[in-house]
Design a protein around this ligand. Structure first.
Ligand SMILES: Nc1ncnc2c1ncn2[C@@H]1O[C@H](COP(=O)(O)OP(=O)(O)OP(=O)(O)O)[C@@H](O)[C@H]1O
Ligand SMILES: [Mg+2]
Length: 249
């Protein structure tokens, strides 16, 4: 179980202290498939970063299976079984894809070929390429997914796996995420704006303004999300039919 208690994050930027996460209380059950969604800037990535230890929370506690991991650093959290696939994966100049996959695996397995193939990349073309800016956005997302799926994890947070991936391939990558989840032993949290992911989740969590606004099963949340986008559409566009589709996003 991943449990957050009054988790808060304040960040100091040019205009002073900004409250990014506000008293997040959230309990996630083992082996469930969660979708975390909500408007841009709502705090989803920040929450993922706090869970992974990339951002240090300002207040509150975080527990993994009853162990208090609030003071664990990134490496300790990774060892405890938390993995995070970035929204915008970092590039590593000078590091080959082959080496990145080797470093990522925490279970001694060396099946880089199979992992690359699974995310739709031909190993011969990619294993000796550098993980630098020469890779396209979609290629970097796939390599990132291959690295995360090469680990044994208790909790995996996928931050917008759909971002930059073409529509034809995304369905395959989503199947891969689902297949990995179905093997058991892992809690999956997919941060997403994609209808297909929402439709697969055991539970949907809606986050906005740095708070958890709602959570629940697909059917209940679907109605709430539909109501939410209609509300924003009415407020911002006066219900103009031409603008409806863009408010569905
Ligand atoms: N390091 C930082 N410094 C200042 N502000 C930040 C920082 N990190 C995040 N924020 C702000 O916190 C808010 C939440 O950002 P976050 O990236 O968590 O949103 P999100 O829900 O992931 O959005 P999106 O759907 O666009 O990915 C935004 O207003 C963002 O500008
Ligand atoms: Mg984000």
């Amino acid at each position: 179980m991943l449990k957050m208690e009054s988790l808060s994050l304040d960040i100091t930027n040019g205009s002073g202290d900004v409250s990014i996460l506000k008293n997040i209380d959230l309990e996630l059950e083992n082996e469930k498939f969660y979708a975390l969604t909500g408007p841009n800037g709502g705090g989803k990535t920040s929450l993922a970063r706090v869970i992974m230890g990339i951002y240090k929370n300002t207040r509150g506690k975080l527990y993994l299976d009853d162990t208090d991991i609030t003071d664990f650093n990134i490496t300790e959290r990774a060892k405890a079984g938390i993995s995070y696939a970035f929204q915008n994966p970092p590039r590593f100049k000078g590091l080959k894809v082959r080496d990145l996959l080797k470093i990522s695996a925490n279970n001694g397995d060396d099946t880089a070929y199979a992992r690359l193939r699974a995310v739709g990349l031909c190993p011969q073309d990619y294993l000796d390429r550098e993980c630098d800016n020469s890779l396209s956005g979609g290629e970097v997302k796939r390599i990132e997914l291959a690295t995360v799926l090469s680990r044994h994890s208790k909790v995996i947070i996928y931050d917008e796996p759909e971002a930059g991936v073409d529509l034809w391939s995304f369905e395959k990558l989503l199947n891969l995420i689902k297949k990995y989840h179905s093997r058991g032993g892992v809690t999956s949290i997919v941060i997403t704006h994609h209808e297909k992911v929402l439709s697969l989740a055991d539970e949907i969590i809606l986050m906005a303004e740095g708070e958890i606004k709602e959570r629940g099963n697909r059917d209940r949340m679907w109605n709430i999300l539909q109501g939410d986008f209609r509300c924003r559409w009415q407020q911002n566009c006066g219900g103009d039919e031409d603008e409806l589709e863009c408010y569905r996003q």
